[in-house]
Design a binder for this molecule. Structure first.
Ligand code: ZN
Length: 225
């Protein structure tokens, strides 16, 4: 292998300086164009916004070192993408069905302290994903949650029960959610699949709500605020 070919090839000193100028110019342009998206930060992006950023990113890189690419062309491409982006967000604001199409809808994951069945059964999401979200928001078990909504940007919104309405629920922390093989009378058990709460005469009893038969002892601790 020819190392000079690998590392330098036909790079001239003049082109080294051109690359530097190109990088500075593109850097400034990228910041300007990102400001034009109107977004204040990138903490939570929807799939649609990630697509826009990917497009902008791939346009932005090449003109930094490709002498065949005039800056003007990059500016043109970025302008078109930004105009499309602003047009799309405008249409989304105007027409709800269009927004649902582009961004998806927010989904009810928890209602009345139990997981919403058709969502998990259709495999739209995995338990682990939103259990982790709820744990991070300090939820110890589902009996504390009146409503859990998965937003289109992947955030998880929770409405809690007030303390006097907290009921038994499925524990969300792994150590507390171990599957039981022996049951005791008078104890509330939680279906590990759907969060249904019941007393059991046998650990093999199927859940009347989802048909699953993996049970764990339910909790009814209050939230610590
Ligand atoms: Zn169940």
């Amino acid at each position: 292998m020819d190392l000079a070919q690998l590392f330098i090839h036909d790079t001239t000193l003049a082109f080294v300086f051109e690359i530097m100028v190109r990088c500075v110019l593109m850097y400034i342009l990228i910041i300007l164009f990102l400001r034009l998206t109107g977004k204040r930060g990138v903490r939570q992006l929807s799939i649609f916004e990630v697509a826009i950023l990917l497009a902008l990113g791939s346009i932005a890189g090449d003109p930094m070192f490709d002498e065949e690419l005039p800056i003007l062309q990059a500016v043109l491409v970025m302008s078109v993408v930004i105009i499309m982006y602003r047009l799309t967000t405008w249409l989304m604001m105007k027409y709800q069905p269009f927004e649902d199409l582009i961004e998806g809808k927010s989904l009810y994951v928890v209602e009345d302290g139990m997981l919403v069945l058709d969502k998990i059964q259709r495999g739209k999401m995995s338990h682990d994903e939103f259990f982790a979200e709820m744990r991070q928001q300090g939820v110890e078990h589902l009996g504390q949650v009146r409503v859990g909504l998965l937003e289109t940007d992947g955030k998880f919104s929770i409405l809690f029960y007030p303390d006097e309405q907290v009921r038994h629920g499925l524990p969300l922390f792994p150590k507390a959610a171990q599957i039981v093989y022996q049951v005791q009378p008078e104890v509330q058990y939680a279906c590990t699949y759907c969060g249904f709460i019941t007393t059991l005469s046998s650990a093999q009893t199927p859940c009347v709500r989802c048909g699953c038969h993996k049970w764990t002892e339910a909790m009814n601790t209050l939230r610590i605020t």
